[in-house]
Write a protein that binds this ligand. Structure first.
Ligand SMILES: *Cc1c(COP(=O)(O)O)cnc(C)c1O
Length: 439
């Protein structure tokens, strides 16, 4: 059994493989720490499933109205147990992360209220939900205003500005945990906890929602452990474990979650309707796998940063930095390098591996975008994927990998394509590998 041989058959050359192994030898402690967090979170998920007596009847499909859907109702209790909240709304009728966030916001804000983001601009797709970009059916159209306090240049919270912006109309505060496609750092749960405490100190009855996308199970605690009234995310990212084919979740106080259920279905109906359509096995099993899937993706992100940083490509977060989400930004410096990187990720995929990613003018973006994804679930970004806008500084955002082994191969293949394109010379790989051996 020779790894080099099978990798060679997949298109990975020996020098790239050897460089990867040299980098890996320095990452054992980091990977051990990732595994310890996964072990803790696995126990947390197991405890939640056991406390709620999960059994085979919970995997049965329901149709139509879905009244008395025991599997759905119990899954929501399991999520509430995992996130330590009073209630949860978790179902396939929540179509994606943006939908879950839009439901949480519009259910808990009324005309005349103000929404505040104390951490700068929110994720792209929320701009239209809020009405920052003019949009039909936005919160703005319904008379909900929006205020924002930007981060300080060093990425810290501007507490003076935040205090000033919390006013009599401020009903809800939204905090995005992950940097998304911005350049600011991702916040640790501890930092989010400090911010929540500060906001509630200024205005005790204000509600706080955390956009938890890409952050679930990265740490042993979640923002709901530190005072968030709602945590919200997508099931085709971390908590779906790669198995959920659709869905979103909102975990939080009973009062907030009940309003979300009425907004999602209809006033008077709430959580009582919503058939599970046979998706319960995927939702339960995906949640069960999520802590280890997230660990694989995290190892991939740490590996990618260390592989590319040593070759002179700036990485956010840096190779030695602590992680609070599964996204890795690598600045490649040119359109050609971005295309080569994405070709490598695509070539390593289990699905659509023969496809060549090309830059295209995606609606809603002001520059061309390139994406690599060979996923079982369309758009799933817990599966190995990379994308980025084709503009300076020419950074790709890399995330996911259902297994560490696949993430590793994807990263090495991306480097292989950069070598083949003449962007990374072989001798710089050899030099970096030799330096690594000396450490
Ligand atoms: C992915 C993401 C969203 C939106 O989720 P979709 O499922 O793509 O709609 C919102 N916020 C953040 C921070 C995200 O990463």
């Amino acid at each position: 059994m020779e790894l080099e041989t099978i990798y060679e058959a997949l298109g990975l050359s020996r020098p790239v493989y050897a460089y990867g192994e040299a980098v890996l030898r320095g990452l054992r402690e980091r990977f051990d720490a990732v595994d310890r967090t996964a072990e803790y979170n696995q126990a947390k998920v197991l405890a939640a499933m056991q406390a709620n007596r999960v059994n085979a009847t919970h995997f049965a499909a329901t149709t139509g109205y879905g009244y008395d859907d025991a599997g759905r109702d119990n899954l929501e209790r399991v999520y509430a147990s995992v996130f330590h909240t009073e209630a949860a709304l978790v179902r396939p009728q929540i179509t994606c992360g943006t939908h879950a966030l839009a439901v949480a916001l519009s259910a808990n804000l009324l005309p005349g209220d103000e929404l505040l983001s104390p951490v700068g601009a929110p994720y792209d797709t929320l701009e239209e939900v809020i009405g920052i970009r003019e949009s039909r059916c936005s919160l703005k159209e319904y008379g909900v205003s929006y205020a924002q306090a930007d981060l300080k240049p060093d990425g810290s919270f501007d507490y003076d500005a935040i205090r000033e912006k919390i006013g009599p109309r401020t009903r809800l505060i939204t905090i995005q945990r992950s940097k998304g496609y911005a350049t600011r750092p991702t916040f640790s749960v501890a930092r989010i906890g400090e911010l929540i405490a500060f906001c509630k100190g200024v205005k005790p009855d204000v509600k706080v929602m955390v956009d938890n996308c890409y952050g679930e199970f990265v740490e042993p605690v979640e923002p709901s452990d530190l005072g968030a009234d709602m945590v919200v995310g997508s099931l085709i990212k971390n908590p779906g474990g790669g198995l959920a084919p659709i869905g979103g979740y909102i975990c939080g106080t009973r009062a907030c979650v009940e309003r979300c259920a009425y907004r999602l279905s209809a006033p008077g109906l709430g959580q009582e309707v919503g058939a599970n359509l046979g998706l319960m096995p995927a939702f339960y099993q995906g949640l069960f796998l999520a802590p280890t899937v997230v660990a694989g993706a995290l190892k991939g992100a740490v590996f990618a940063a260390n592989v590319y940083e040593r070759l002179g490509f700036p990485c956010v977060p840096g190779g030695a930095e602590e992680r609070h989400d599964i996204i890795q930004a690598v600045t490649l410096g040119s359109r050609e390098a971005m295309a080569a990187f994405c070709r490598g990720i695509q070539a390593a995929a289990p699905v659509d591996s023969y496809v060549t990613p090309e830059p295209w003018a995606m609606p809603g973006y002001d520059s061309e975008v390139i994406m690599a994804a060979g996923a079982f679930v369309q758009g799933s970004s817990i599966e190995l994927s990379a994308d980025g806008p084709i503009r300076p500084p020419y950074a790709v955002y890399f995330q996911g990998g259902l297994t560490w082994q696949h993430a590793k191969l994807g990263i090495l293949m991306s480097l292989q394509k950069l070598v083949e394109a003449g962007i990374v010379p072989l001798r710089s790989l050899e030099r970096a590998a030799a330096e690594e051996e000396e450490r």
